[in-house]
Design a protein around this ligand. Structure first.
Ligand SMILES: *Cc1c(COP(=O)(O)O)cnc(C)c1O
Length: 373
């Protein structure tokens, strides 16, 4: 296997030192290890809050959940909506639709507000739905819709949800750690992300940053045993960082190292600046080759960018994928229903010089296949 850069929305390229942190076997019951877990939980709350309008750290708490990001989303949806509650899902992409799918599978009363994938979540429409339907107790939104790279207006939606006195669940999976944000400014009661996105750890667990007063009221609501968010939190909280069931110990050690490397890079602001430069170099380079981004510039995130596939009948994604892979870059197929697209992620241990090389490779591949872009 040749090494390559992962230009995907997770897992992504990680540093050597993050991978090396996994070369230790530790006990899930051991005090030293549980102290690492507690430290990670505290750091996550600190990252998600700051003094003043960010909301105070004491108001929030972090729960870690085994599995990929979706497991943490499902744990949240399945645990925090009460038995007689109703969930409103604002969906403009595959990850929003997945939340509605989770609610349907768990027989949770819900209403989806589907929207075109190329338009940001409609705050006025969400506001009207909340005014019209008093039974809605919770609202779920995806912050960066990784399907397209669209950045949804999470703060405006959060304010509307708070104004109506409902609970706001934000899937910030692909933005947390790589985009400056606070749960206070977003009015998020639950913010969900995972180990292998912008914190640049390896896959194996997700996490939820929850408003303590809201989470404390959810005992006994979970529709699943292993994905019971409240029970998982109570265990970690009361037993000093112990997980229910086997903990992904190696992944947690790698994550602790990844958090240290985020601080060493200069924190979220510095990482956001690097991702933004990666994204700028990518868009400028590919537009220069004739490609067109799917989403309007004002709605784009620096996390991942969707481009329309060339209309040349000879073009195939698979041929482009293989040609780029042989040159050391793995990109991502499109996930949009309305248009043929491909996606390029700009997060992980990837730097503007790597993206410049990627653009050169795109140019070579197009010339090699003689595609009309
Ligand atoms: C990556 C991602 C998820 C979780 O996906 P997994 O494959 O389960 O890790 C959920 N929501 C968004 C917006 C994501 O980008």
């Amino acid at each position: 296997m040749h090494p390559y850069f992962l230009l995907t929305p997770g897992p992504l390229s990680t540093s050597r030192t993050v991978k090396e942190a996994m070369l230790r076997d530790v006990s899930t019951w051991d005090r030293d290890y549980n102290d690492v877990v507690q430290d990670v939980r505290r750091q996550l709350v600190t990252l998600a809050t700051d003094e003043g309008e960010g909301g105070s750290a004491a108001e929030y708490t972090a729960v870690l959940v085994q599995g990929s990001g979706t497991f943490a989303v499902e744990a949240t949806i399945g645990s925090v909506v009460p038995p007689d509650g109703k969930l409103l899902v604002a969906a403009n992409g595959a990850y929003g639709e997945r939340i509605a799918q989770i609610a349907a599978r768990l027989s949770i009363d819900h209403m989806a507000l589907p929207q075109p994938e190329t338009e940001p979540a409609d705050v006025a429409r969400i506001d009207r739905a909340l005014a019209d339907d008093r039974r809605i107790t919770h609202v779920a939104l995806v912050h960066c819709e990784t399907t397209t790279g669209m950045l949804n207006p999470a703060a405006a939606v959060g304010q509307a949800v708070r104004k109506h006195g409902r609970t706001f669940i934000l899937d910030a999976m692909s933005s947390f750690g790589g985009t400056p944000l606070t749960v206070g400014a977003l009015a998020a009661d639950y913010l969900i992300s995972s180990a292998n996105k912008c914190i640049e750890g390896v896959p194996g667990f997700g996490f939820v940053i929850a408003r303590r007063a809201v989470l404390e009221k959810t005992a006994g609501w979970a529709r699943s045993l292993s994905l019971d968010l409240f029970d998982q939190w109570r265990e970690m909280e009361s037993k000093g960082g112990k997980w229910r069931y086997t903990s992904p110990t190696h992944v947690v050690l790698a994550f602790a190292q990844a958090l240290a490397e985020l601080v060493a890079e200069g924190g979220v602001a510095a990482r956001y600046a690097r991702y933004t430069e990666n994204h700028r170099v990518l868009v400028e380079g590919l537009v220069g080759l004739g490609f067109r981004p799917l989403v309007a510039p004002e709605h784009r995130s620096p996390i991942i960018t969707a481009f329309l596939c060339p209309r040349d009948p000879a073009f195939t994604f698979d041929a482009m994928y293989e040609a780029l892979k042989s040159r050391g870059f793995v990109i991502y197929p499109g996930k949009v229903s309305q248009a043929e697209t491909f996606r390029v992620g700009t997060i992980g241990q990837v730097f503007p010089t790597d993206i410049r090389r990627l653009v050169e490779c795109f140019g070579k591949v197009i010339r090699e296949f003689a595609w009309q872009v």
